[in-house]
Design a protein around this ligand. Structure first.
Ligand code: AMP
Length: 407
Protein backbone atom coordinates (compact mmCIF):
# COMPACT_ATOMS: atom_id res chain seq x y z
CA UNK A 1 0.00 0.00 0.00
CA UNK A 2 1.30 3.47 -0.84
CA UNK A 3 0.41 6.90 0.53
CA UNK A 4 -1.62 7.48 -2.66
CA UNK A 5 -4.19 4.96 -1.43
CA UNK A 6 -4.86 7.10 1.64
CA UNK A 7 -6.64 9.88 -0.28
CA UNK A 8 -3.90 12.38 0.41
CA UNK A 9 -3.72 15.63 -1.52
CA UNK A 10 -0.92 16.49 -3.92
CA UNK A 11 1.01 18.99 -1.70
CA UNK A 12 1.20 16.41 1.09
CA UNK A 13 2.17 13.55 -1.25
CA UNK A 14 4.88 15.74 -2.76
CA UNK A 15 6.32 16.51 0.69
CA UNK A 16 6.31 12.82 1.64
CA UNK A 17 8.14 11.95 -1.56
CA UNK A 18 10.68 14.67 -0.78
CA UNK A 19 11.17 13.06 2.66
CA UNK A 20 11.79 9.70 1.00
CA UNK A 21 8.65 8.09 2.43
CA UNK A 22 6.92 5.71 0.05
CA UNK A 23 5.03 3.25 2.24
CA UNK A 24 2.93 4.28 5.24
CA UNK A 25 3.87 2.63 8.53
CA UNK A 26 1.15 0.49 10.22
CA UNK A 27 0.08 3.31 12.56
CA UNK A 28 -0.14 5.72 9.61
CA UNK A 29 -2.18 3.25 7.55
CA UNK A 30 -4.61 2.81 10.41
CA UNK A 31 -4.82 6.34 11.80
CA UNK A 32 -4.79 8.64 8.76
CA UNK A 33 -8.27 7.69 7.41
CA UNK A 34 -9.88 8.17 10.84
CA UNK A 35 -8.24 11.54 11.41
CA UNK A 36 -9.21 12.72 7.93
CA UNK A 37 -12.79 11.65 8.69
CA UNK A 38 -12.83 13.78 11.85
CA UNK A 39 -13.00 10.87 14.33
CA UNK A 40 -11.51 10.91 17.82
CA UNK A 41 -8.58 8.53 18.06
CA UNK A 42 -6.99 6.44 20.79
CA UNK A 43 -3.56 5.34 19.57
CA UNK A 44 -1.26 2.95 21.36
CA UNK A 45 2.15 3.45 19.79
CA UNK A 46 5.62 4.40 20.90
CA UNK A 47 8.03 6.78 19.18
CA UNK A 48 9.83 5.20 16.26
CA UNK A 49 6.60 3.83 14.75
CA UNK A 50 5.91 6.90 12.62
CA UNK A 51 3.21 8.20 14.94
CA UNK A 52 4.12 11.87 14.45
CA UNK A 53 3.36 11.68 10.74
CA UNK A 54 0.24 9.61 11.55
CA UNK A 55 -1.33 12.68 13.13
CA UNK A 56 0.61 15.50 11.39
CA UNK A 57 -0.20 14.45 7.80
CA UNK A 58 -4.02 14.38 8.14
CA UNK A 59 -3.97 17.57 10.24
CA UNK A 60 -2.03 19.40 7.52
CA UNK A 61 -4.43 18.09 4.89
CA UNK A 62 -7.55 19.13 6.81
CA UNK A 63 -6.25 22.65 7.41
CA UNK A 64 -5.19 22.95 3.76
CA UNK A 65 -8.62 21.89 2.55
CA UNK A 66 -10.49 24.50 4.60
CA UNK A 67 -12.04 26.87 2.13
CA UNK A 68 -11.35 30.08 4.04
CA UNK A 69 -8.54 30.83 6.44
CA UNK A 70 -9.87 31.02 10.00
CA UNK A 71 -8.15 33.30 12.50
CA UNK A 72 -6.63 31.93 15.71
CA UNK A 73 -4.91 28.72 16.79
CA UNK A 74 -6.88 25.75 15.44
CA UNK A 75 -4.71 22.80 16.38
CA UNK A 76 -2.93 22.20 19.70
CA UNK A 77 -0.36 19.44 20.10
CA UNK A 78 0.69 18.86 23.69
CA UNK A 79 3.83 16.81 24.30
CA UNK A 80 5.85 16.19 27.48
CA UNK A 81 9.41 17.19 26.57
CA UNK A 82 11.13 20.01 24.75
CA UNK A 83 12.99 17.54 22.52
CA UNK A 84 9.74 15.91 21.39
CA UNK A 85 8.13 19.31 20.84
CA UNK A 86 11.01 20.39 18.59
CA UNK A 87 10.92 17.12 16.67
CA UNK A 88 7.17 17.43 16.06
CA UNK A 89 7.68 21.00 14.84
CA UNK A 90 10.43 19.79 12.49
CA UNK A 91 8.00 17.20 11.12
CA UNK A 92 5.47 19.96 10.43
CA UNK A 93 8.17 21.91 8.61
CA UNK A 94 8.86 18.90 6.37
CA UNK A 95 5.33 17.67 5.72
CA UNK A 96 3.70 21.09 5.22
CA UNK A 97 6.35 22.65 3.00
CA UNK A 98 4.07 22.70 -0.06
CA UNK A 99 1.16 24.27 1.85
CA UNK A 100 0.76 27.70 3.44
CA UNK A 101 0.18 26.27 6.92
CA UNK A 102 1.58 28.26 9.85
CA UNK A 103 2.85 26.54 12.98
CA UNK A 104 5.17 27.14 15.89
CA UNK A 105 6.57 25.44 18.95
CA UNK A 106 6.79 26.70 22.53
CA UNK A 107 8.62 25.11 25.48
CA UNK A 108 10.19 26.18 28.75
CA UNK A 109 13.81 26.70 29.73
CA UNK A 110 14.39 29.45 27.16
CA UNK A 111 13.30 33.07 26.90
CA UNK A 112 9.67 33.51 25.89
CA UNK A 113 10.35 36.64 23.79
CA UNK A 114 10.73 34.99 20.40
CA UNK A 115 7.88 32.58 21.10
CA UNK A 116 5.53 35.44 21.98
CA UNK A 117 6.60 37.37 18.90
CA UNK A 118 5.70 34.43 16.63
CA UNK A 119 2.40 33.87 18.45
CA UNK A 120 1.47 37.51 17.94
CA UNK A 121 1.89 37.08 14.18
CA UNK A 122 -0.69 34.28 14.39
CA UNK A 123 -0.32 30.52 13.88
CA UNK A 124 -2.74 27.74 12.98
CA UNK A 125 -0.89 24.88 14.69
CA UNK A 126 0.71 25.22 18.12
CA UNK A 127 3.05 22.55 19.49
CA UNK A 128 3.69 22.98 23.21
CA UNK A 129 4.93 21.52 26.45
CA UNK A 130 2.44 21.96 29.30
CA UNK A 131 4.31 24.39 31.60
CA UNK A 132 5.16 27.05 29.03
CA UNK A 133 1.70 26.75 27.47
CA UNK A 134 -0.07 27.44 30.77
CA UNK A 135 2.37 30.24 31.49
CA UNK A 136 1.64 32.01 28.20
CA UNK A 137 -2.12 31.39 28.51
CA UNK A 138 -1.88 33.02 31.96
CA UNK A 139 -0.13 36.01 30.44
CA UNK A 140 -2.87 36.36 27.84
CA UNK A 141 -0.76 35.50 24.77
CA UNK A 142 -2.63 32.31 23.86
CA UNK A 143 -6.33 31.75 23.31
CA UNK A 144 -7.43 28.13 22.87
CA UNK A 145 -11.12 28.81 22.25
CA UNK A 146 -10.91 28.11 18.52
CA UNK A 147 -9.12 24.77 18.80
CA UNK A 148 -10.73 22.23 16.49
CA UNK A 149 -8.15 19.44 16.88
CA UNK A 150 -6.29 18.58 20.08
CA UNK A 151 -3.45 16.03 20.12
CA UNK A 152 -2.22 14.63 23.42
CA UNK A 153 1.12 12.97 22.70
CA UNK A 154 2.85 10.48 25.03
CA UNK A 155 0.08 10.50 27.63
CA UNK A 156 1.85 7.86 29.75
CA UNK A 157 4.99 9.95 29.89
CA UNK A 158 2.94 13.00 30.90
CA UNK A 159 1.71 10.95 33.83
CA UNK A 160 5.22 9.68 34.73
CA UNK A 161 6.58 13.22 34.66
CA UNK A 162 3.85 14.55 36.94
CA UNK A 163 2.19 16.70 34.27
CA UNK A 164 -1.26 15.23 34.57
CA UNK A 165 -2.74 18.20 36.46
CA UNK A 166 -1.27 20.58 33.92
CA UNK A 167 -2.80 18.50 31.11
CA UNK A 168 -6.21 18.67 32.80
CA UNK A 169 -5.86 22.44 33.23
CA UNK A 170 -5.06 22.79 29.52
CA UNK A 171 -8.08 20.66 28.56
CA UNK A 172 -10.31 22.95 30.60
CA UNK A 173 -9.36 25.80 28.22
CA UNK A 174 -10.40 23.84 25.11
CA UNK A 175 -13.83 23.94 23.50
CA UNK A 176 -15.90 20.86 24.32
CA UNK A 177 -16.69 20.33 20.64
CA UNK A 178 -13.39 19.28 19.09
CA UNK A 179 -11.57 16.32 17.62
CA UNK A 180 -9.13 14.70 20.07
CA UNK A 181 -6.22 12.42 19.17
CA UNK A 182 -4.78 10.60 22.16
CA UNK A 183 -1.44 8.77 21.95
CA UNK A 184 0.32 6.69 24.56
CA UNK A 185 3.08 4.08 24.36
CA UNK A 186 1.35 2.01 27.03
CA UNK A 187 -2.28 1.67 28.05
CA UNK A 188 -2.47 1.12 31.80
CA UNK A 189 -5.88 1.35 33.54
CA UNK A 190 -5.06 4.94 34.62
CA UNK A 191 -4.24 5.94 31.03
CA UNK A 192 -7.35 4.17 29.75
CA UNK A 193 -9.45 6.17 32.23
CA UNK A 194 -7.81 9.42 31.16
CA UNK A 195 -8.50 8.55 27.50
CA UNK A 196 -12.14 7.80 28.23
CA UNK A 197 -12.53 11.16 29.98
CA UNK A 198 -11.32 13.01 26.88
CA UNK A 199 -12.53 11.02 23.86
CA UNK A 200 -15.93 10.62 22.24
CA UNK A 201 -16.54 7.30 20.48
CA UNK A 202 -12.84 6.98 19.54
CA UNK A 203 -11.42 4.78 16.83
CA UNK A 204 -8.74 2.63 18.44
CA UNK A 205 -5.47 1.92 16.71
CA UNK A 206 -2.57 -0.08 18.04
CA UNK A 207 0.77 -1.04 16.60
CA UNK A 208 3.02 -3.96 17.46
CA UNK A 209 3.57 -4.10 21.19
CA UNK A 210 7.04 -2.86 22.12
CA UNK A 211 8.30 -6.26 23.27
CA UNK A 212 8.37 -7.57 19.69
CA UNK A 213 9.89 -4.49 18.06
CA UNK A 214 13.30 -5.35 19.47
CA UNK A 215 13.80 -8.33 17.17
CA UNK A 216 15.84 -6.55 14.52
CA UNK A 217 18.19 -5.15 17.17
CA UNK A 218 21.18 -7.29 18.09
CA UNK A 219 21.50 -7.38 21.86
CA UNK A 220 24.69 -8.07 23.78
CA UNK A 221 25.34 -8.34 27.49
CA UNK A 222 28.66 -7.69 29.22
CA UNK A 223 29.03 -8.71 32.85
CA UNK A 224 31.47 -6.31 34.41
CA UNK A 225 32.28 -4.36 37.57
CA UNK A 226 30.87 -0.96 38.39
CA UNK A 227 34.33 0.60 38.53
CA UNK A 228 35.33 -0.94 35.19
CA UNK A 229 32.38 0.38 33.20
CA UNK A 230 34.19 3.49 31.89
CA UNK A 231 37.15 1.38 30.72
CA UNK A 232 34.89 -1.21 29.13
CA UNK A 233 32.96 1.50 27.27
CA UNK A 234 36.16 3.09 26.04
CA UNK A 235 37.56 -0.32 25.06
CA UNK A 236 34.51 -1.11 22.94
CA UNK A 237 34.56 2.35 21.35
CA UNK A 238 38.22 1.90 20.44
CA UNK A 239 38.06 -1.71 19.30
CA UNK A 240 34.73 -1.97 17.52
CA UNK A 241 33.20 -0.24 14.58
CA UNK A 242 30.82 2.06 16.45
CA UNK A 243 30.02 5.14 14.35
CA UNK A 244 27.41 6.59 16.73
CA UNK A 245 26.40 5.62 20.23
CA UNK A 246 23.72 6.76 22.64
CA UNK A 247 24.79 5.84 26.17
CA UNK A 248 22.21 5.68 28.96
CA UNK A 249 23.21 6.30 32.55
CA UNK A 250 21.04 6.17 35.64
CA UNK A 251 21.86 9.67 36.89
CA UNK A 252 22.75 13.12 35.55
CA UNK A 253 26.03 13.08 37.47
CA UNK A 254 26.76 9.65 36.08
CA UNK A 255 26.25 11.04 32.56
CA UNK A 256 28.63 13.93 33.27
CA UNK A 257 31.26 11.55 34.68
CA UNK A 258 31.14 9.33 31.60
CA UNK A 259 31.52 12.32 29.28
CA UNK A 260 34.44 13.69 31.30
CA UNK A 261 36.16 10.32 31.03
CA UNK A 262 35.46 9.90 27.31
CA UNK A 263 36.74 13.40 26.53
CA UNK A 264 39.98 12.49 28.36
CA UNK A 265 40.17 9.46 26.08
CA UNK A 266 39.65 11.72 23.04
CA UNK A 267 36.18 10.41 22.26
CA UNK A 268 34.01 13.27 21.03
CA UNK A 269 31.03 13.19 23.35
CA UNK A 270 28.49 15.29 25.25
CA UNK A 271 25.80 14.78 27.85
CA UNK A 272 22.15 15.71 27.70
CA UNK A 273 20.05 15.77 30.85
CA UNK A 274 17.73 18.00 32.81
CA UNK A 275 20.52 20.06 34.42
CA UNK A 276 21.75 21.26 31.04
CA UNK A 277 20.26 24.38 29.52
CA UNK A 278 17.87 23.89 26.64
CA UNK A 279 20.40 25.47 24.29
CA UNK A 280 23.16 23.12 25.45
CA UNK A 281 20.88 20.10 24.99
CA UNK A 282 19.81 21.15 21.53
CA UNK A 283 23.40 21.94 20.50
CA UNK A 284 24.55 18.51 21.71
CA UNK A 285 21.71 16.80 19.84
CA UNK A 286 22.42 18.75 16.65
CA UNK A 287 26.15 18.02 16.84
CA UNK A 288 25.37 14.35 17.36
CA UNK A 289 22.98 14.29 14.41
CA UNK A 290 25.46 16.03 12.12
CA UNK A 291 28.30 13.71 13.09
CA UNK A 292 30.47 16.12 15.08
CA UNK A 293 29.90 14.04 18.19
CA UNK A 294 30.32 10.30 18.24
CA UNK A 295 28.76 9.63 21.63
CA UNK A 296 25.79 11.18 23.36
CA UNK A 297 25.35 10.29 27.02
CA UNK A 298 21.84 10.74 28.32
CA UNK A 299 19.39 10.09 31.08
CA UNK A 300 16.04 8.59 30.15
CA UNK A 301 13.87 11.67 30.38
CA UNK A 302 16.20 13.84 28.29
CA UNK A 303 16.53 11.12 25.66
CA UNK A 304 12.89 10.18 25.44
CA UNK A 305 11.81 10.19 21.82
CA UNK A 306 15.20 11.20 20.46
CA UNK A 307 14.88 10.47 16.82
CA UNK A 308 18.09 9.71 14.97
CA UNK A 309 17.60 7.38 12.04
CA UNK A 310 21.28 6.46 11.68
CA UNK A 311 21.96 5.64 15.34
CA UNK A 312 23.92 2.38 15.25
CA UNK A 313 24.55 1.59 18.92
CA UNK A 314 22.74 2.03 22.21
CA UNK A 315 24.54 1.33 25.48
CA UNK A 316 22.73 0.50 28.68
CA UNK A 317 25.72 1.68 30.70
CA UNK A 318 23.53 1.31 33.78
CA UNK A 319 20.56 -1.03 33.60
CA UNK A 320 17.26 0.79 34.13
CA UNK A 321 15.12 0.20 37.22
CA UNK A 322 12.00 -0.30 35.11
CA UNK A 323 12.30 -3.12 32.58
CA UNK A 324 10.12 -1.37 29.95
CA UNK A 325 12.69 1.42 29.87
CA UNK A 326 15.20 -1.08 28.44
CA UNK A 327 12.90 -1.61 25.47
CA UNK A 328 12.42 2.13 24.99
CA UNK A 329 16.17 2.68 25.17
CA UNK A 330 17.20 0.03 22.70
CA UNK A 331 14.35 1.10 20.40
CA UNK A 332 16.33 4.27 19.72
CA UNK A 333 18.48 2.20 17.35
CA UNK A 334 17.38 -0.08 14.51
CA UNK A 335 15.09 2.62 13.13
CA UNK A 336 13.79 3.32 9.66
CA UNK A 337 14.76 -0.13 8.42
CA UNK A 338 18.34 0.03 9.76
CA UNK A 339 19.80 -2.61 12.03
CA UNK A 340 21.13 -1.69 15.43
CA UNK A 341 23.23 -3.05 18.26
CA UNK A 342 22.22 -2.68 21.89
CA UNK A 343 24.95 -3.31 24.45
CA UNK A 344 24.17 -3.69 28.14
CA UNK A 345 26.60 -3.61 31.05
CA UNK A 346 25.56 -5.51 34.15
CA UNK A 347 27.41 -5.27 37.44
CA UNK A 348 26.82 -7.43 40.47
CA UNK A 349 24.23 -5.03 41.91
CA UNK A 350 22.12 -5.06 38.73
CA UNK A 351 21.14 -8.74 38.68
CA UNK A 352 17.52 -8.04 39.63
CA UNK A 353 17.13 -5.44 36.88
CA UNK A 354 18.57 -7.88 34.33
CA UNK A 355 16.24 -10.65 35.47
CA UNK A 356 13.23 -8.32 35.08
CA UNK A 357 14.35 -7.24 31.59
CA UNK A 358 14.84 -10.82 30.41
CA UNK A 359 11.46 -11.78 31.82
CA UNK A 360 9.82 -8.88 29.93
CA UNK A 361 11.48 -9.53 26.58
CA UNK A 362 10.98 -13.27 27.03
CA UNK A 363 14.57 -14.26 26.32
CA UNK A 364 18.09 -14.17 27.68
CA UNK A 365 20.29 -11.38 26.35
CA UNK A 366 23.31 -13.10 24.70
CA UNK A 367 26.39 -12.77 26.93
CA UNK A 368 29.73 -11.68 25.45
CA UNK A 369 32.14 -13.70 27.54
CA UNK A 370 35.53 -12.71 26.29
CA UNK A 371 36.43 -9.14 27.13
CA UNK A 372 39.12 -7.50 29.25
CA UNK A 373 36.90 -6.27 32.08
CA UNK A 374 34.92 -9.29 33.30
CA UNK A 375 32.91 -9.29 36.50
CA UNK A 376 34.94 -10.39 39.43
CA UNK A 377 33.40 -12.00 42.47
CA UNK A 378 34.96 -13.02 45.76
CA UNK A 379 35.23 -16.59 44.43
CA UNK A 380 37.09 -15.89 41.17
CA UNK A 381 38.91 -12.71 42.08
CA UNK A 382 42.63 -13.29 42.47
CA UNK A 383 43.65 -11.73 45.79
CA UNK A 384 46.61 -10.00 44.18
CA UNK A 385 44.34 -8.08 41.83
CA UNK A 386 42.24 -6.74 44.67
CA UNK A 387 45.14 -5.40 46.63
CA UNK A 388 47.10 -4.07 43.66
CA UNK A 389 45.55 -1.04 42.02
CA UNK A 390 45.91 -1.14 38.27
CA UNK A 391 48.58 1.17 36.94
CA UNK A 392 47.36 3.55 34.32
CA UNK A 393 47.70 2.21 30.81
CA UNK A 394 48.04 -1.36 32.06
CA UNK A 395 45.49 -3.81 30.70
CA UNK A 396 43.69 -5.83 33.36
CA UNK A 397 44.23 -9.56 33.43
CA UNK A 398 41.84 -11.43 31.24
CA UNK A 399 40.20 -14.29 33.03
CA UNK A 400 38.60 -17.28 31.45
CA UNK A 401 35.23 -15.74 32.00
CA UNK A 402 32.77 -17.54 34.26
CA UNK A 403 29.66 -15.52 34.98
CA UNK A 404 29.82 -15.05 38.70
CA UNK A 405 26.26 -13.92 38.83
CA UNK A 406 23.57 -16.35 39.81
CA UNK A 407 20.27 -15.63 38.14
P1 AMP B 1 8.14 8.82 15.00
O1 AMP B 1 7.54 7.53 15.48
O2 AMP B 1 7.10 9.81 14.64
O3 AMP B 1 9.14 9.33 16.00
O4 AMP B 1 8.94 8.52 13.63
C1 AMP B 1 10.08 7.71 13.59
C2 AMP B 1 10.94 7.92 12.35
O5 AMP B 1 10.35 7.31 11.21
C3 AMP B 1 11.17 9.36 11.95
O6 AMP B 1 12.55 9.50 11.66
C4 AMP B 1 10.37 9.58 10.69
O7 AMP B 1 11.01 10.51 9.86
C5 AMP B 1 10.38 8.19 10.09
N1 AMP B 1 9.16 7.89 9.31
C6 AMP B 1 7.88 8.16 9.65
N2 AMP B 1 7.03 7.69 8.73
C7 AMP B 1 7.77 7.11 7.76
C8 AMP B 1 7.46 6.42 6.54
N3 AMP B 1 6.21 6.24 6.15
N4 AMP B 1 8.49 5.96 5.80
C9 AMP B 1 9.77 6.14 6.22
N5 AMP B 1 10.14 6.75 7.36
C10 AMP B 1 9.15 7.23 8.14
Amino acid sequence: MSFKNLNLIEPVLKALTAEGYSIPTPIQKQAIPYVLAGRDLQGCAQTGTGKTAAFAIPIIQRLHEQKSHKPGIQVLILTPTRELAIQIDESFVSYSKYTSLTHTVIYGGVSQLQQVKTLKRGVEVLIATPGRLLDLIGQGYIDLRRIGIFVLDEADRMLDMGFIHDVKRVIAYLPAKRQTLFFSATMSPVIEKLAQSMLVNPAKVEVTPPTSTVDKIEQQLFYTNKKDKPDLLNHLLQEQLIPTALVFTRTKHGADRVVKYLLRMNVKSAAIHGNKSQNARQAALNNFKNGQLRVLVATDIAARGIDIDELTHVFNYDLPDVAETYIHRIGRTGRAGNTGIAIAFCDIDERTELRDIERLIGKKVPVIESHPFPALSASNLPKKTISQPRRSGQRPRTHAYKPSISR
